[in-house]
Design a binder for this molecule. Structure first.
Ligand SMILES: *Cc1c(COP(=O)(O)O)cnc(C)c1O
Length: 359
């Protein structure tokens, strides 16, 4: 198979060196005689893998000591429900900011747990610009404020962490975790599914401040209860062991790239390169306000809609995979997660220019 670049929004491409290491260790992990898939999650070998995973994530994101790390199952979608059930405590409302498809889903699910205050919504501008946080309606009686720092489908990303007073800030970082430096201490809770920027599907990382633990609704099953999972180190039941291992390999790869500070610069250059190509062309366009454009997910459309299928077919033939946009929006989308090399974006930009020239 010749060289391909996979622009999938998730599950998405992984660093080749990670896949090769997993391949080399597939049948015999470090002389144990077992594949990681075959190991007991309570055995010494896997406990070592788990400890390294915890330590590496803490180090990479500079997570303060008063935050607990959980590696759960069920994806970000499960967390939409578990968050209100875990952290509302005796409060009856929560604030939600609606900037696109994913924050909209989180907001809808929360309605079955509490009164939802919609602090801001980008619906009026068709999710092409983030309302300035100085205009948000923030109810200080709410239990927390939830937002989505990067909207994977609409291609919007917050350039900065919003100021929300004393409310714990809850963030769905599924599609931009580990892509840029953030100050974890500004957040009450961060969660992210693994399959966009951390590894294969199967793990959901939850980073939760200690004071938000221990407030779960009575009757919430133990596996969904943060306090229970903290006490059992995310092993109240069998965790997704092989996914933990692969996320661990991705974190080690990331450390070798200069950590998040290093990859952030690469991500910035990749996004600049692609947006500049879109903006100077007459064929391609991206509708998002420049300050709110996502570095991770770049949606774009063609001026001539009839050319879309021609574009996608030509792209596929030349090894540019998964550029078809989300079914909600149509058009195209290029996802530029950490594992996408700069050469992949450069090759895409050249392909797009050549396509415009010949069509
Ligand atoms: C992909 C995605 C989700 C959903 O993740 P699942 O693992 O399918 O539950 C939620 N939020 C954001 C921002 C996403 O990108």
């Amino acid at each position: 198979m010749s060289k391909v670049y996979n622009f999938s929004a998730g599950p998405s491409m992984l660093p080749e060196s990670v896949l090769k290491q997993a391949q080399a260790e597939m049948l015999d992990w470090q002389g144990s005689g077992m594949s990681v898939m075959e190991m007991s999650h309570r055995g010494a070998e896997f406990m070592g893998i788990a400890e390294t995973l915890h330590n590496d994530l803490r180090e990479l994101m500079a997570i303060p000591d008063n935050y607990k790390l959980l590696f759960l199952q069920g994806g970000a979608t499960a967390q939409f429900s578990f968050i209100p059930a875990n952290i509302l405590g005796d409060k009856t409302k929560a604030c939600y900011v609606n900037t696109g498809a994913w924050s909209g889903k989180a907001l809808e699910v929360a309605k079955s747990y509490c009164d939802v205050v919609v602090s801001a919504s980008a619906e009026a501008n068709n999710f092409t610009a983030i309302p300035n946080s100085s205009t948000w309606n923030i109810d200080q009686q709410a239990a927390y404020l939830h937002y989505t720092p990067n909207e994977t489908i609409h291609g919007l990303e917050f350039a900065n962490v919003p100021e929300v007073g004393n409310l714990p800030l809850v963030a769905d970082m599924s599609s931009n975790i580990l892509s840029r430096q953030i100050d974890v201490s500004k957040f009450g809770l961060i969660y992210a599914g693994s399959q966009k920027n951390m590894g294969p599907a199967g793990v959901t990382v939850v980073i939760v401040r200690e004071d938000l633990i221990g407030k779960a609704q009575s009757g919430l099953p133990d596996v969904f209860n943060y306090q229970q999972q903290v006490e059992h180190e995310s092993m109240l039941n069998t965790p997704a062991t092989y996914s933990w291992y692969l996320v661990g390999l991705v974190l080690q790869w990331l450390k070798a790239q200069g950590g998040i500070a290093g990859i952030e610069q690469v991500n910035q250059r990749k996004a600049q390169n692609l947006y500049a190509a879109i903006d100077r062309s007459d064929l391609y366009s991206n509708p998002v306000a420049i300050a709110d454009r996502s570095r991770m997910n770049v949606p774009f459309i063609l001026a001539d809609k009839g050319l879309e299928s021609v574009f996608l077919k030509a792209a596929q033939e030349q090894g540019f995979l998964a550029l078809k946009g989300h079914r909600l929006l149509g058009g195209m989308r290029a996802s530029l997660y950490n594992a996408m090399p700069e050469s992949g974006v450069e090759a895409l930009v050249q392909f797009m220019a050549e396509f415009e020239r010949t069509h």
